[in-house]
Design a protein around this ligand. Structure first.
Ligand code: GDP
Ligand code: MG
Length: 445
């Protein structure tokens, strides 16, 4: 899952960092999403349906009032991903019988204990029944787990036939709020398993039938959901081993597409490694934000910073604004250096980190300048007596005036370079968009 999240975040970051969100940017986003999702074993058809919808909505629908195109595209991506992985399906906290279904090794017995713990920690009493007659070790495994979570346990060692055990177990546990029945698995779904499950289903009459599938199954999990659903009806799916598989996205999307609601995710081997599935939270986590609101806020902030930078770049740097920014840099600390915001992040430390005494001196020096000199500090270079006059007025040495001037000129040069670069890039982009330079390598045309 780490890879899926990283891939999606990368795709979105590219979009939110783009100067302009146009058809090309959206197409690029969609392409990168396709690559990432298919690598995570999401069904190709689902991927193409998803990205087609994203492309159409992003380009054709109008953003709601007050929302920028960039924010709109991010919202569309988020919404469609949530749709892809399904809905929220919370387990009900009430008296109920839950039958667990699934193939060998899917994690059925482990989840039985985790789910028992889930209900117990919410104040309900829980009983665990081992109705797995296929595997001799099943009895001990569940018995031990039941002890661990302090739930009552019923099983019959060496039982040959599951239905009778299930019935007797239910009878024994009838006082419990929640009874969990662990059924037998098979290495693959077959007619015999279907028959046995139907029998248990008829005998137990469970309120919930939770299918346990492993994330390792990837998109095949969808077929399992369909098969078990046809046999006995599935009311919820638990997808396990989300912690260790790169195919979790494939499993989740395939199960969602089968129409079966996902209830829990197993995220480890420990008893509390179980999460109630919530599509929005899941997608939020993939994208690195708790919810859509905070994601959009971030997009807005990036755009605002971009705007500030544009504004600042258009302004001419005078010795006065230079001084103000030195002050601000001192207050904000090096990370939030205003120069960095201006697009010149590598202003040398010795300029940025001025002592308070030095800044005070600079202030007096600047105050001794004429308005014309403050507007164009270059005048001080042109006539030597200007520098002497300012130094005298400020009670400073000519050396100190020259030092301030030199630092100012260095930063001014850097800003000019950034500005020029930007202009050059703009012109290039304009040319490319106008189709005047087709096929230029490295520009994805
Ligand atoms: P069953 O045959 O379906 O009953 O599967 P088990 O409950 O015996 O589990 C099979 C293996 O998967 C065991 O080693 C479990 O510890 C492991 N397992 C179960 N759930 C998870 C999970 O969410 N994450 C990880 N990493 N391992 C799990
Ligand atoms: Mg088992």
């Amino acid at each position: 899952m780490v890879d899926l999240g990283a891939g999606l975040r990368r795709a979105l970051a590219k979009l939110t960092g783009a100067a302009m969100v146009d058809e090309r940017a959206v197409k690029e986003l969609v392409k990168e999403m396709q690559r990432t999702l298919i690598t995570a074993d999401v069904n190709v058809r689902l991927v193409f349906e998803l990205t087609k919808r994203i492309e159409e909505r992003a380009l054709k629908e109008k953003p709601p009032a007050g929302m920028s195109v960039k924010e709109w595209v991010v919202k569309v991506v988020y919404d469609e991903l949530v749709k892809l992985v399904g809905e929220k399906h919370e387990p009900k906290l009430r008296k109920q019988k839950i039958l667990l279904l699934g193939l060998f090794g899917s994690g059925k017995t482990t989840q039985a204990a985790k789910i028992a713990h889930f209900f117990k920690s919410r104040g309900l009493s829980v009983g665990l029944v081992c109705a797995d007659a296929a595997r001799p070790a099943a009895f001990e495994q569940l018995q031990q787990l039941a002890q661990k979570v302090k739930a009552d346990f019923y099983g019959e060692k060496g039982a040959k036939e599951a239905v009778g055990v299930a019935k007797r177990g239910l009878e024994r546990m009838k006082e419990k709020d929640v009874v969990l029945i662990d059924s037998s698995g098979r290495s693959a779904f077959d007619a015999e398993l279907a028959r046995e499950l139907k029998e248990i289903n008829a005998a137990v009459m469970p309120d919930e039938k939770f299918l346990v599938v492993s994330a390792d199954a990837g998109q095949v999990a969808g077929r399992q959901a369909e098969e078990f659903n046809r046999a006995v009806g599935v009311t919820g799916v638990v997808i396990t081993k989300m912690d260790g598989s790169g195919k979790g996205g494939g499993a989740i999307s395939a199960v969602a597409a089968s129409g079966a609601p996902i209830t829990f995710l197993g995220v480890g081997e420990k008893i509390d490694d179980l999460e109630v599935f919530d599509a929005k939270r899941f997608v939020g986590r993939l994208l690195g934000f708790p919810d859509l609101e905070s994601l959009l806020e971030r997009v807005k902030k990036v755009a605002e910073e971009e705007g500030l930078r544009e504004e600042a770049l258009e302004e001419k740097l005078t010795i006065k604004t230079f001084y103000e920014q030195l002050r601000a840099a001192r207050k904000l600390g090096p990370l939030q250096s205003v120069f960095g915001m201006l697009g010149a992040p590598d202003v040398p430390k010795e300029i940025l980190h001025q002592s308070e005494a030095k800044l005070k001196k600079y202030e007096v020096i600047i105050n001794s300048m004429t308005p014309a000199e403050r507007e164009d500090a270059g005048l001080l270079r042109k006539q030597k007596n200007r520098m002497e006059r300012v130094a005298r007025g400020a009670g400073a040495s000519v050396e100190e005036v020259r030092e301030l001037l030199t630092q100012f000129e260095r930063v001014q040069k850097m800003m000019d370079a950034v500005r020029k670069n930007r202009g050059l890039r703009r012109r290039l982009e304009g040319l490319l968009k106008g189709g005047k330079l087709p096929g230029l390598p490295g520009f994805g045309m």
